[in-house]
Design a protein around this ligand. Structure first.
Ligand code: ISE
Length: 334
């Protein structure tokens, strides 16, 4: 039987996931949607047969027509919906960031630990991207010796008007933080934020930012966030090891040569750049729910990344290294 999914938050990524679940992936059906914009929820529901629009996320979670919940609402609302889904004993996929404050991250961990087993998967889709996976395989296979540094570059063409100063760290760099933890298989021990000359394109935002992470084993990660770069969505990464380096290649699949130039497409946004990763990630979640197991990035990963972003906000204010202090890892997270 198909997994019946309720989607909370039907903005850009919510609608993209509904498209993916209904036209690309196997094993699931979308039966319910909700959004703080009720008219938008009704409009999205009307586009699909058998989808009911609910007035609140809590009502959607309680519905007997919903087996599992996909949370795509804005970050500060994640705690409310994820803990409600856990209390209802339903599997829940939560888009990143799992939480926008350490306190919310801890509340989710506490709820899941009280439940006694994993129900949550966090949408850190880079872990499912073929290029990042090849990079990790190269490190884990010892091809470049011990990894010492990671240059990570995260560029958005532009950001919406509701994008606030904190979001460069909490919403954007959180991906690079998670991928650093995953590639190095280590926690972050401290963080520092350096502010270059401000781009005139960023309005009031301090853009770009350079965020430095010191990993528990001493490796250093530098993360550039530029969120008004104009030319497209540009994700770069290079690991420097003791005996070699491994870098993400350009994402374009073809190069066009003409008139003495070489040109390649730069993705417009993350939906294009990580389209394949999102497909694999959500199929993995659907398959896990049907098999009764949660895998992939956990609440612990979401919480650990949020503690780093919280420390990053403090570091941005103080211009000094800020320590990252995690609680003990509960046994359900391995
Ligand atoms: C957005 O929410 C994402 O997840 C994108 O991957 C990131 O590049 C962007 O900055 C975020 O706002």
């Amino acid at each position: 039987m198909a997994l019946r999914i309720g989607v909370i938050g039907v903005g850009m990524i919510g609608q993209d996931h509904i498209r993916r679940l209904t036209t690309v992936l196997a094993g699931s059906t979308v039966t319910a949607v909700s959004d703080t914009d009720a008219a938008r929820a009704r409009e999205v529901a009307a586009r699909f047969a058998g989808v009911e629009a609910f007035a609140t996320g809590e009502e959607l979670i309680a519905s007997p027509a919903v087996d599992a919940v996909l949370v795509c609402s804005w970050g500060p609302s994640h705690r409310q919906y994820v803990t409600a889904a856990i209390r209802a004993g339903k599997f829940v996929f939560c888009e990143k960031p799992l939480a926008t404050t350490e306190r919310d991250g801890l509340a989710i961990i506490d709820a899941e630990v009280a439940h006694g087993s994993r129900l949550v998967q966090v949408g850190f889709m880079r872990r499912y991207d073929p290029a990042y996976r090849a990079m990790k395989a190269s490190i884990d296979g010892g091809e470049i010796g011990a990894p010492l540094m990671f240059h990570s570059c995260h560029r958005n063409a532009s950001v919406p008007s509701h994008y606030t100063a904190d979001m460069a760290i909490v919403d954007t760099a959180v991906h690079d933080i998670d991928v650093a933890r995953w590639l190095f298989a280590e926690e972050v021990s401290e963080v520092m934020v350096v502010t270059p000359k401000k781009s005139a394109r960023g309005g009031l935002l301090q853009d770009p930012l350079l965020i430095l992470l010191r990993m528990a084993g001493g490796a250093i990660v530098d993360v550039e966030t530029s969120v008004n770069i104009d030319f497209g969505y540009d994700i770069r990464g290079e690991i420097v090891g003791e005996t070699g380096t491994v870098a993400l290649a350009e994402s374009a699949t073809v190069l066009v040569k003409r008139g003495g130039t070489v040109a390649a497409r730069v993705p417009e946004d993350w939906r294009e750049r990580f389209s394949r990763a999102y497909d694999v990630e959500l199929q993995d979640w659907v398959d896990g729910c049907l098999a009764g197991t949660a895998s992939g990035p956990s609440s612990w990963d979401g919480y650990a990344a949020t503690v780093v972003t919280d420390a990053g906000l403090a570091a941005a204010a103080s211009a000094a290294w800020a320590k990252v202090n995690l609680r003990d890892k509960p046994s359900i997270y391995g």
